[in-house]
Ligand binder design. Structure first.
Ligand code: IMP
Ligand code: MG
Length: 180
């Protein structure tokens, strides 16, 4: 495998501080309602784990897995459910936890699907949001960091399943062109 260059974009400590802030903001907006955190696998793994530890122990956690990417860097626009929720969300307050909102396509389709299950409310928290990239109109309620339109890895985010376990967010450079 070619050597990729990893530039640190957001440090471990910055993530930690921002996650704590975001958790307080989220808690304040719910005023004691019983929440279900829905992590989008696999990228939200670390963010959900760290975020959830700021919440009361009564919160429920579930996961959904969708695929809109086929191992490369660009979105196909096709969203497929690979693992559905276990919890019935009807009448419940749902907070979707995402790693990065890029084009917004994944989230748009997921929100449409989950709305059909008649939850009381759905909000979205994302660790990262790319400034330029949205080509659909979606509302993201809680954003950790706005970033430029670069391909990033670490803290759950992968490139071809690698780099998820890095404790910080990095920009991946020198990508093999076959991944486009
Ligand atoms: P969207 O549908 O274009 O918004 O893409 C969202 C999904 O694409 C995320 O949940 C990630 O899994 C993946 N993705 C988008 N940008 C990046 C990136 O920079 N690094 C790693 N994964 C990414
Ligand atoms: Mg993802």
């Amino acid at each position: 495998m070619a050597d990729h260059v990893l530039d640190v974009l957001i440090s471990e400590n910055e993530i930690k501080l921002r996650t704590a802030e975001l958790a307080q903001q989220i808690l304040a907006s719910y005023q004691g309602q019983d929440l279900i955190l829905v992590g989008i696998l696999k990228g939200s793994l670390y963010f959900l784990a760290d975020l959830s530890r700021h919440f009361p122990p009564s919160i429920e956690i579930d996961f959904i897995q969708v695929s809109s990417y086929r191992g490369g860097k660009s979105s196909t626009g096709v969203v497929q459910i690979r693992k559905d929720l276990d919890i019935n969300i009807e009448g419940r307050d749902v907070l979707i936890v995402e790693d990065v909102v890029d084009t917004g396509t994944t989230l748009l389709h997921l929100l449409e699907l989950l709305q059909t299950r008649r939850p009381n409310s759905i909000k979205v928290a994302t660790l990262l949001s790319k400034r330029q990239a949205k080509n659909v109109d979606i509302n993201v309620d809680f954003v950790g960091f706005e970033i430029e339109d670069e391909f990033v890895v670490g803290y759950g985010l992968d490139f071809g399943e690698r780099y998820r376990s890095l404790p910080f967010i990095s920009i991946l450079r020198n990508l093999p062109s076959a991944s486009e």
